[in-house]
Design a protein around this ligand. Structure first.
Ligand SMILES: Cc1cc2nc3c(=O)[nH]c(=O)nc-3n(C[C@H](O)[C@H](O)[C@H](O)COP(=O)(O)OP(=O)(O)OC[C@H]3O[C@@H](n4cnc5c(N)ncnc54)[C@H](O)[C@@H]3O)c2cc1C
Length: 552
């Protein structure tokens, strides 16, 4: 029986202290925090873990410099503290990164004023990162020759952090942590309905992959369904003081634009900040911030051309970017929290809505709702949920803070000692300029020790499976057993970022793709392959190729 099947067997007829709806960042941290403190926890997602909002972020762990524009000092302070805490807890997975913001006549702030703001931001963050500085156009040209400086007044440089792999893999780390503490976790399981019987919830669940229906019982329900919290609350008679509205944001992934590991920031024509963020051999351009009513979104031609126009105007590229350069796209909605009686109109300044989270408890019904939030806020969410669950009468042991973060320094040093003796610190991959030992440690932590053992027994385990994808054979063996990969997209887009750095044709044409499917899905390999490589998916790529002729 595979890992998912074993967890579904535990869910079926299971009795839990807490059942969590949604395996995005909020559900995943809630599960990890509660399970580490002895609660019997189940967390389910009707898709894959993190397959909705939590795989569409900018991959940044930040204090929210731009929220200072709306004087949200407390939110910025809280986020800066979370950022600092996460940088310390995840030295291999989260890295401090410099942001270089270029300012021209149309930018809302002059460089000296932005510099003051950056100094304030740095102080609000306890001066934890490298200090900010004001830059002249000449300095910007020297640091980043691709930035057009003829119209610049200057710029600023300051620090925040980014997730080295990707957001959805970061979320899966919390699911793994919850599994390690004995939680029951299953992707592709939908919460269909729940009825209150006595002081417990009887929950109807459905396997969205096979269609099988089953039920479980829980004392407390946590609604962490992100953009979908309101309809689930409404269907169960849960009244709240808050509700969610949606702000759409998109990203375009293109070949790497700047060789430096630095985020470039610009104000677009509507005076909103947007970024060019490094992702291995690629650059991610985004994001936008538009009001929408439907949480299901896509990158429209208008969105795409807007971002391409903005970046082409601000960079001095040998050949301007066109749709043909787009390798992949991301599109999602930020679930923003407003008061339930708030009637935001079209005139509302959408970008000024707060990005803070809110939690509400219906103590009579033992139902908790998590509204909004950010990846950056994740440890706070885990802590707050634990406090509320305890108040609802679920006994929790002392928090040893073992549910997040990487293994201690001594363990890391022992891992790298062994890897060095095996020569793994000399192996670099073409795709990311880092050693295999570094990559394995970052992705798998303690589990990387078992991979060293497998590599000792069989050196072919260190072979790349898909060219330029940064995945070696041993990783697939372990992913198949321990990462609940149910569909090919789970692997290509969420546990790894292969589908973000290689386009459809490159992945389909890769020598190792069939071997990858066999390792991951065994007898089901061909079905999972066919399910992924659809005409619809390919059509998107062709559309970009065609659009290039019309663009400009
Ligand atoms: C464009 C963009 C950029 C962003 N950039 C950043 C950033 O750089 N840094 C940062 O910190 N934050 C960022 N954010 C914000 C952050 O990504 C989100 O706040 C966060 O991912 C929301 O997580 P969530 O768990 O609340 O929701 P989700 O990730 O959407 O998770 C909810 C889950 O519930 C599941 N679900 C719904 N209904 C059911 C059901 N009936 N049964 C079972 N499961 C169900 C869904 O499938 C989904 O997976 C960004 C967001 C966007 C859109």
């Amino acid at each position: 029986m595979g890992l998912r099947e074993a967890n579904i067997a535990q869910l079926d007829g299971g009795t839990f202290d807490v059942l969590i709806i949604g395996g995005g960042i909020n559900g995943a941290v809630s599960a990890a925090a509660l399970a580490s403190r002895g609660a019997r926890v189940a967390v389910i997602d009707r898709g894959d873990f993190a397959d909705f909002t939590s795989m569409q972020s900018s991959n940044l762990v930040w204090g929210g410099f731009k929220y200072l524009e709306n004087y949200e000092i407390k939110l910025v302070r809280d986020l800066c503290m979370s950022r600092n805490h996460l940088i310390k807890a995840y030295p291999a997975n989260l890295k401090e990164i410099r942001f270089m913001a270029a300012l021209d006549e149309n930018s809302p702030f002059k460089p000296w004023f932005a510099g003051l703001g950056a100094a304030g931001y740095w102080l609000i963050g306890n001066g934890f990162t490298k200090a900010p500085r004001v830059l002249t156009p000449e300095k910007i040209a020297e640091n980043e020759p691709i930035v057009r400086t003829d119209n610049l007044l200057g710029g600023i440089e300051y620090s925040d952090a980014y997730i080295v792999d990707n957001d959805s893999r970061f979320v899966f780390g919390f699911i793994r942590s919850a599994l390690n503490s004995g939680a029951t976790c299953a992707n592709y399981v939908s919460f269909d309905s729940a009825t209150r019987e006595g002081d417990r919830w009887q929950v109807q669940l459905r396997d969205t992959d096979t269609g099988a229906e089953f039920s479980a019982s829980a004392k407390v329900i946590i609604n962490a369904a992100g953009p979908f919290v309101d309809p689930i609350n409404d269907a169960h008679g849960i009244r709240t003081k808050h509700k969610i509205v949606f702000s759409k944001g998109i990203h375009l992934i293109v070949p790497r634009l700047s060789e430096h590991e630095r985020v470039l920031a610009f104000f677009d024509d509507t005076q909103r900040l947007f970024y060019v963020i490094p992702m291995g051999t690629r650059s991610v351009i985004g994001t936008t911030d538009d009001r929408v009513g439907d949480p299901h979104t896509d990158v429209t031609n208008e969105d795409r051309d807007f971002l391409l126009d903005q970046i082409n105007e601000r960079l001095d590229l040998q050949t301007p970017l066109s749709p043909r350069d787009i390798i992949a796209t991301r599109s999602g909605v930020r679930p923003l929290v407003v008061e339930a009686d708030n009637t935001t109109s079209d005139d509302t300044d959408w970008t000024s809505l707060s990005r803070k989270h809110a939690m509400e408890v219906d103590a009579g019904q033992s139902w908790i709702t998590v509204f909004g939030g950010k990846l950056t806020d994740c440890v706070n969410i885990g802590n707050e949920v634990s406090t509320l669950v305890k108040k609802l009468g679920v006994p929790l042991t002392k928090d040893k803070k073992s549910w997040y973060g990487e293994p201690p320094k001594a363990t890391r040093e022992e891992y790298f000692r062994q890897a060095r003796l095996m020569g793994l610190d000399r192996l670099t991959t073409r795709a990311s300029f880092e050693t295999l030992s570094t990559r394995l440690w970052r992705r798998y932590g303690l589990r990387a020790f078992a991979m060293l053992e497998a590599l000792r027994d069989d050196p072919s385990m260190a072979d790349d499976i898909i060219e330029d994808a940064d995945y070696v054979r041993v990783e697939l063996f372990y992913a198949a057993k321990t990462e609940m990969i149910t569909k090919l997209d789970d692997f290509l887009r969420r546990r790894s970022k292969i589908a973000l750095v290689l386009d459809y044709d490159e992945i389909r044409g890769a020598d190792g793709i069939h071997e990858a499917c066999e390792l991951l899905f065994g007898d089901d390999a061909q079905r999972r392959y066919d399910e992924y490589f659809t005409e619809e998916r390919r059509a998107q790529l062709q559309e970009y190729r065609k659009a290039s002729a019309a663009y400009r």
